[in-house]
Design a protein around this ligand. Structure first.
Ligand SMILES: [Zn+2]
Length: 334
């Protein structure tokens, strides 16, 4: 169901879904609530890679992946590149926590004479502990719920942010996504994430929290739109999808082909393992008797049991065959 709201600033029609809470006008680019209140802290990360540069970066990266056909870089071609601007809320948070609880400690007694530092008796006990610390966080909350996990967790260079420019966002015909998270919703989510991180730090110090006091101060909060190229490319007679950051050229994720030789190797190796596994399994179950006993004993001695070894080998074989047959998906390592 698509709702139409009038832009409170230029009067243009803004199309949105019922769960969009912060809208971006496609005509003037003003970020506003459904009620028409303007969001001033609206930023963007600029595009530094156009679609061709992003595709070049992508092919360069894909070509270096294991088993990728050697001619991919020269023969793959771009089918489609769509620029999507993803909204993220970023909050700066100061969190201060004090805690009281119990930590585990131990006393050591009765040292072994032969082994210095090794004790015959170790007695664990609970000891009251308390502490206080503060941390600063920059927490980002995606404005769109149903987005790809890798896009959700991509790094955002917030130091490079600039005030949102509608002209720049339109330069490559990009699609601007509304945010399903309101500013208040984003602040509440960021506060909870900060509290969870504080809890993680407290539990590193003590095992049982008996009481705690947290002062969480939400500072600057802004909305930033981040451009991503959603790319579709063709190699041979198949097409593959990829997401590349339009600001940094970073490959967020990509599918890619594997050469016939690489896949044949995977399938072949998998097949051999599958046969060996099946034979071991059959021997273990007593279905198959191999008259040549030394082999059986050898295998049994090395891997301890035909049933287990056979089952394991077959599992490994299936993984090899699956890897050989499936198309590969990967992301750039940071
Ligand atoms: Zn407008």
């Amino acid at each position: 169901m698509i709702a139409v709201t009038k832009c409170a600033f230029c009067g243009g029609d803004i199309k949105s879904n019922p769960d969009d809470l912060l809208l971006i006008c496609p005509f003037c680019g003003t970020a506003q609530t459904v009620e028409g209140a303007k969001l001033k802290e609206h930023y963007m990360i600029r595009v530094h890679f156009d679609q061709n540069q992003s595709f070049t970066t992508l092919l360069d990266w894909v070509s270096k992946q294991l088993g990728v056909p050697g001619d991919l870089g020269s023969t793959a071609h771009l089918l489609k590149a769509e620029q999507i601007w993803y909204p993220f809320w970023v909050s700066r948070i100061d969190a201060q926590s004090s805690y009281k609880g119990l930590g585990r400690d131990a006393t050591f007694s009765d040292e072994w004479p032969q082994y210095r530092g090794a004790y015959k008796r170790i007695d664990f006990f609970w000891k009251p502990e308390s502490g206080e610390f503060s941390r600063n966080y920059e927490i980002k909350v995606p404005g769109v719920g149903a987005i790809d996990q890798d896009i959700k967790s991509m790094a955002i260079p917030t130091r490079a942010k600039e005030y949102f420019s509608h002209d720049h966002a339109e330069q490559y015909g990009g699609t601007l996504l509304h945010s399903q998270m309101s500013e208040d919703g984003a602040k509440a989510a960021a506060k909870q994430i900060a509290l969870d991180r504080q809890t993680g730090l407290i539990t590193q110090e003590i095992s049982k929290i008996e009481s705690r006091d947290d002062k969480v101060n939400i500072g600057e909060t802004f909305l930033v739109h981040v451009p991503v190229w959603e790319i579709q490319y063709r190699y041979g007679n198949k097409s593959f999808k990829a997401s590349v950051s339009a600001s940094t050229g970073y490959v967020i994720e990509s599918e890619y082909p594997r050469s016939a030789a690489f896949r044949a190797m995977g399938l072949g190796l998998g097949f051999v393992l599958l046969i060996i596994g099946a034979v071991l399994l059959a021997m273990g179950l007593g279905v198959l008797e191999i008259p040549f006993a030394p082999i059986q004993e050898l295998v049994g001695a090395y891997v301890g049991g035909d049933l287990v070894a056979g089952g394991l080998l077959m599992a490994v074989a299936l993984v090899f065959m699956y890897k050989g047959a499936s198309r590969k998906q990967a992301k750039e390592k940071e």
